[in-house]
Design a protein around this ligand. Structure first.
Ligand code: TLP
Length: 352
């Protein structure tokens, strides 16, 4: 049990004592000179876990996606991706600003592009129109509530893209959540993509960082782009050390977060005025709708009431829209904390 139950995001996880220990003892060097042994170790471990030739440690998931998009594309090309994707919605249009690419968002049913949608979105050769430079997919899918797609679904999309000589990037910020939830090796999800970014700073609990993995040639280009955006870090082994511990010790326990998310979602489903699609609760994210029985006009206030009412009870949740709230479970939230969150929601909704 924790004093504050913070369900706003798994980015709020605090480093474990083992991580702090590893950080204090980390062997370091200048990573721009490629002389930091701990960064190299994390990059090699990540590449190995994802079946790729090489890895690149970056400051954040946003930087990993940006560096990947820019490394795959040329100015003026188009990037096909889901309308609700993190890259399109929450990365400050960095790829458009720095990579000079155009985004081609496609509305999808579950956040995952279907192979036919990719086929339709690919641009034919024509002097008037932009050329498709990249397809991006996201697994697990944040805005769709941590839902997973399978390695086979990824393979089908990649086959269409590769058939047109277009590479595929996977935003796998929470890829290990998908691997644990579907009981598949992480390599299976990355087998058919050209690059992947995953975060050690979310459910895996490290304080900072993500790793981009891909072919050696791709990572060489990505290293240059990382430098361009100011991401060349020096004695970065101090933070990479926590990433090594995260990969070594924090992957299998993600199943606990998934069980807690399910418990939370099942509790929420029973409360008046709250709705949750239990089928979409596959990993550590629970997105629920707020529909106060008094009528839709009261709904927005009801959302605020939930956020502030929970905060008053030391439970932090995050409104992601006028009528929807997101809760994310992680290592610093235990089963008792989930009961406390449910008690808070029960108390608030019982007054409606
Ligand atoms: N997501 C954050 C916020 O930015 C919304 C969160 O709290 O969930 N891809 C996906 C799928 C993500 O969910 C995130 C972070 C990122 C990329 C970016 O990672 P960071 O925050 O490290 O830049």
């Amino acid at each position: 049990m924790h004093d504050i139950v913070d369900l706003r995001s798994d980015t709020l996880t605090l480093p474990t004592p083992e991580m702090r220990e590893a950080m204090a003892r980390a062997e370091v060097g200048d990573d721009v000179w490629e002389e930091d042994p701990t960064v190299k170790r994390l990059e090699a471990m990540a590449a190995e876990r994802l079946g790729k030739e090489a890895g690149l440690f970056v400051a954040s998931g946003t930087m990993g996606n940006l560096v990947s998009v820019v490394s795959h594309t040329q100015a003026g090309q188009e990037v096909v991706l889901d309308l609700d994707s993190h890259i399109f919605n929450y990365e400050v249009a960095g790829s458009a600003v720095i990579g000079s690419v155009q985004m081609r968002p496609v509305k999808t049913a579950r956040g995952f592009l279907a192979p036919e949608q990719v086929r339709e979105a690919l641009r034919p050769p024509n002097i008037h129109i932009p050329q498709t430079g990249l397809v991006c997919i996201e697994n697990t899918h944040n805005r769709h509530g941590g839902t997973c797609c399978t390695p086979e679904e990824i393979g089908a999309v990649a086959a269409v893209a590769h058939g047109a000589n277009v590479p595929v990037h996977l935003d796998g910020a929470r890829l290990f959540n998908a691997a644990v939830a579907l009981r598949r090796d992480a390599r299976e999800f990355t087998r058919d993509v050209d690059s992947v970014t995953f975060c050690v700073s979310k459910g895996l609990g490290a304080p900072v960082g993500s790793v981009v993995c891909g072919s050696r040639a791709f990572i060489t280009r990505a290293r240059r782009v990382r430098k361009m955006v100011g991401g060349g870090m020096r004695q970065a082994g101090v933070i990479a050390a926590a990433g090594v511990v995260a990969l070594e010790t924090m992957v299998d326990r993600l199943a606990e977060d998934h069980a807690n998310a399910r418990r939370l979602a099942e509790g929420i489903a029973k409360l008046p005025g709250l709705t949750v699609d239990l089928q979409s609760v596959q990993t550590n994210i629970v997105i629920f709708g707020v529909q106060r029985p008094a009528g839709p006009s009261a709904t927005q206030t009801a959302t605020n009431e939930i956020v502030t009412g929970c905060a008053a009870r030391k439970v932090k949740v995050h409104a992601i829209g006028p009528t929807s709230i997101r809760c994310v479970t992680h290592k610093d939230v235990d089963a008792e904390d989930i009961e406390r969150a449910l008690d808070a929601l029960r108390e608030i909704t019982s007054r409606w």
